[in-house]
Ligand binder design. Structure first.
Ligand SMILES: Nc1nc2c(c(=O)[nH]1)N[C@H]1C(S)=C(S)[C@@H](COP(=O)(O)O)O[C@H]1N2
Ligand SMILES: [Mo]
Length: 555
């Protein structure tokens, strides 16, 4: 365990570390009834008609079995690596989840409208309660990284592992169809559904159906379960993950709507995780119950016999997976910067080539504006800001300087004269919440025309009056190229009114293809510079410096 100073302790290891799960009663009851109904139906059938017929297991002699069978080495390796990556995805995913411990089916995320929450707290309405105040602690036994809970590092693990998960998946599915092995897990006749039900009636009423030897074939329910895990859960997890990317949702709002919206996609992402876990529990239980040593030899050794070697090596494999969590914690706690850079070396060039090229073009209607919008960040406490606020920012002058031909100081009225535009967009916070609002302001493009950056200027830095999580002023940077994109505004209006103080008065940035932390609030001044490396710790922003967030968060 690493020691914290008081400021870090308050964020990473707060005194209130209680954990509670609350589920909307209608959903809990609905899900409970659905599960009970399926079990009850099995019992009723059993009581009225006895156990349904499940085809007898054919006698198999290895030398006369023609169909695809056995576990070739690629199946065994994919199985292991999939386990490794999925477990880490779950652990880092939980760590991300508790940074905004509520799940919704509406994109506005109004407190109280969540269907499940992982916090004992209700959002107080009598004072400012930021999304960061709402984040919860997670234990290292459950989440990666736990204890020193940083969503930046959790995302590093999640994204490193998702590459592994997808590559494993592609290899597995390609090999499945390159060989005859696909026949083992892809149902090819609707009769399988009927047989699966019959098999279910056996399990649900505590009867083990005649088990085929898994080396040669699966029963119908097993086949459907494996098919669903690979082709439904796997695909859904990836597809809903992409639906949380601001760059994608901003360019193709219809994509999030496939899943019922951005928050619904996040909820489904969570539910697929639960489904993976539920599958894992049943899968392991049945493996133990139906001939543990033999089953382990199948998947570990690729042999069909009773020797204990598969079991022993299987335990070694599980130990390796658990060890990977320990190692991940060690690296997360002691070398977070290295981790941040490792991910950046892969994703930064990749995003420049792909997601970052998408041109923001969101259009929501006035009716879609969220009734509630989570605030984030620490309100400025500086006297100069307070004085300006008292006078309605009359005396405020935005300083734009640095590597420009024509440095300027602009009042809010000067800015307005540059030409205001408005757009209604969805805000995506790295923590997971979203909100739709109408923003009015001056396109950064107009400021650029006015000040004329010199050729050396590559980066635009936005400095805030407000402080960051651990003290020091909040700042962030954008590439000059990115602020030239449509929908990049210096906003002074929100939902048709002057920008409220909590939401960043007098000015805040809007960059709709990126995550919320890039949108500096309470902007004091703007500077055109050569590189973000000259500021702070050189990572491109306060959160990038202190919380290991990405420089370019298109996802
Ligand atoms: N000055 C300052 N700006 C900031 C932050 C902050 O902590 N300080 N937080 C960022 C984050 S993480 C988000 S999600 C948005 C939140 O904007 P909102 O309060 O309008 O929802 O502001 C961003 N801008
Ligand atoms: Mo955020």
């Amino acid at each position: 365990m690493i020691p914290f100073d008081a400021a870090h302790q308050a964020v990473h290891y707060p005194p209130d570390r209680r954990f509670r799960i609350w589920i909307r009663p209608s959903i809990l009851i609905g899900a409970g009834i659905a599960i009970l109904a399926v079990i009850a139906a099995a019992w009723i059938e059993f009581a009225l008609a006895g156990l349904p017929h499940v085809p007898a297991v054919p006698q198999i002699y290895p030398n006369n079995f023609a169909g695809p069978h056995g576990f070739p080495v690629w199946v065994r390796y994919c199985h292991f690596f999939n386990f490794l990556f999925v477990m880490m995805l779950i652990r880092s995913g939980l760590s991300i989840l508790v940074d905004h411990p509520r799940l919704y089916f509406n994109d506005g995320c109004t407190p109280g409208s969540e269907w499940i929450r992982f916090t004992p707290l209700k959002v107080p309405r009598d004072r400012i309660w930021t999304a960061k105040d709402d984040a919860r602690y997670i234990s290292p036994l459950v989440g990666t990284p736990g204890y020193r809970h940083t969503i930046g590092i959790a995302r590093v693990w999640h994204f490193i592992d998702v590459h592994g998960f997808i590559i494993t998946g592609i290899i597995f599915i390609a090999m499945l169809f390159d060989t005859e092995q696909w026949r083992r897990i892809v149902p090819t006749s609707p009769l399988v559904l009927l047989q699966a039900w019959n098999t279910w009636v056996h399990y649900a009423t505590f009867h083990l159906p005649p088990e085929p030897n898994g080396f040669y074939g699966y029963n119908a329910l097993q086949q459907i379960a494996y098919f669903t895990v690979v082709f439904v859960f796997g695909v859904l997890a990836i597809a809903t993950g992409i639906a949380m990317s601001p760059a994608v949702v901003n360019r193709f709002p219809w994509y999030a709507r496939i899943f019922g919206g951005r928050q619904s996609a996040r909820s489904i992402h969570f539910l697929t995780m639960l489904s993976f876990l539920a599958f894992l529990i049943v899968h392991v239980t049945l493996i133990v119950m139906t001939g543990f040593a033999r089953n382990m030899n199948h998947i570990v050794m690729g042999t069909d016999d009773q020797r204990p070697i598969g079991m022993y090596l299987g335990f070694v494999g599980i130990a390796v997976v658990i060890l990977s969590w320990v190692v991940a914690h060690y690296i997360s706690w002691y070398h977070p910067r290295g981790l941040q850079h490792a991910l950046k070396s892969v994703t930064y060039p990749m995003q420049l080539l792909t997601l970052n090229r998408l041109t923001p073009q969101q259009k929501y209607s006035e009716q879609q504006i969220s009734p509630y919008f989570w605030p984030n960040g620490k309100m400025p406490v500086r006297d100069d800001w307070k004085r300006l606020a008292e006078s309605g920012f009359e005396g405020f002058r935005l300083k734009v300087a640095g590597l420009v031909e024509r440095p300027v100081e602009l009042s809010l009225a000067d800015l307005e004269r540059l030409g205001m535009t408005e757009h209604i967009t969805m805000h995506h916070c790295i923590q997971g919440w979203s909100g739709i609002a109408k923003w009015g302001g001056i396109p950064m493009e107009s400021i650029i025309e006015l000040v004329r950056p010199k050729p050396e200027a590559k980066v635009v830095a936005f400095f805030s009056f407000g402080e960051a999580l651990y003290g020091g002023h909040y700042y962030d940077t954008q590439s000059l190229e990115n602020v030239r994109k449509p929908q990049c505004l210096l906003a002074s209006r929100m939902n048709g009114q002057r920008l409220p103080e909590v939401y960043g008065a007098p000015l805040r940035l809007r960059v709709e293809n990126q995550l919320g932390y890039k949108m500096v609030k309470w902007i004091e001044r703007i500077e055109f510079i050569e590189s973000e490396k000259s500021l702070g710790k050189g990572e491109g922003g306060k959160n990038e410096d202190d919380e290991y967030f990405d420089l370019l968060p298109n996802i």
